[in-house]
Ligand binder design. Structure first.
Ligand code: NAP
Length: 257
């Protein structure tokens, strides 16, 4: 199987740094973003890199692009879905168009790539798919609701896709670069700080993790610890789940855990 790696968001920041870091390690890197001229100039010295113009906010264009990759190559066994947008606007000032655009780039685009590229990974019983999400969306946060909500949707789609494909050697995981200094955000970290984690996720063994979130060499929990909760039965042991004083009666069964 040809080792083809797709990197979206490859024209700047983390995606661009990953193209440089990984060129030569893969037979081909398909580098996708809207600023294709910039990528052609930037990667002119890298013969294994194929720059492609792509707008991930257009679901039809993205679907056609992914289907074209499969038609030409059969399978894209390695994917880093890194394209992302940023809109630091308060919730009530955000327009419908801004919400829609942010959702398309930071949630739907990852879902479309998963939907279009994972079936061929299944058929070849091999795939390593890394989705760039945001660690800050795992915490309470304000001021950037467009991405905050979209990234949560991205996490949900990615975990669902990963768990539904556990029967194959297909590993689908989430990552985030930390506060990296890129066009998007003037963070204190280098865009390269995430490289070891991304390389590890691309090189996972068959018994490696899937459907999880790794960040700068650590795993971040996507879900709270609900040990003892039997949600589908309406059972919550009181030592873990404090009853609400102001709710009359006890609709949840309080069996000891
Ligand atoms: N930097 C941080 O602190 C931080 C924190 C958490 C998560 N992240 C995530 O890390 C990833 C990389 O971001 P970055 O920091 O490297 O930002 P960046 O330098 O702004 O890079 C964003 C990349 O996404 C591409 N992109 C944006 N909109 C696109 C669209 N509609 N269609 C196709 N490509 C599009 C851009 O290319 P074109 O403009 O050429 O299309 C660019 O290559 C993103 O998913 C981001 O959400 C970053």
């Amino acid at each position: 199987m040809q080792r083809t790696l797709l990197i979206t968001g490859a024209s700047s920041g983390i995606g661009a740094s990953l193209v440089r870091r990984l060129a030569g390690t893969y037979d081909e890197i398909v580098a996708a973003a809207r600023r294709v001229d910039r990528m052609r100039a930037e990667y002119a010295d890298l013969p294994s890199v194929t720059p492609v113009r792509l707008d991930v906010s257009d679901p039809d264009e993205l679907t056609a692009f992914a289907r074209g990759l499969i038609a030409e190559r059969g399978v894209v066994p390695y994917v880093v879905s890194c394209a992302g947008a940023w809109n630091p606007k308060p919730f009530l000032e955000t327009t419908h168009e801004e919400f829609t655009y942010g959702y398309r780039v930071d949630a739907l685009a990852h879902a479309i790539l998963l939907r279009e590229l994972v079936p061929a990974m299944r058929a070849h019983d091999f795939g390593r798919f890394v989705v760039f999400s945001g660690g800050a969306a795992l915490m309470r946060s304000v001021g950037w609701s467009v991405q905050y909500g979209a990234v949560m949707a991205c996490n949900g789609y990615t975990v669902a896709a990963a768990l539904e494909n556990r029967d194959r050697n297909v590993k689908i995981n989430l990552t985030a670069p930390g506060p990296a200094n890129t066009e998007m955000y003037p963070g204190p970290l280098s865009p390269t700080a995430c490289h070891p984690t991304v390389e590890w996720l691309l090189d996972l063994e068959e018994d490696g993790p899937t459907g999880r979130f790794f960040w700068l060499g650590a795993e971040l929990p996507l879900f709270p610890d609900l040990t003892g909760l039997r949600y589908m039965e309406g059972v919550a042991p009181p030592e873990h789940f404090t009853p609400l004083e102001h709710v009359v009666g006890d609709p949840v069964k309080r069996e000891p855990g």
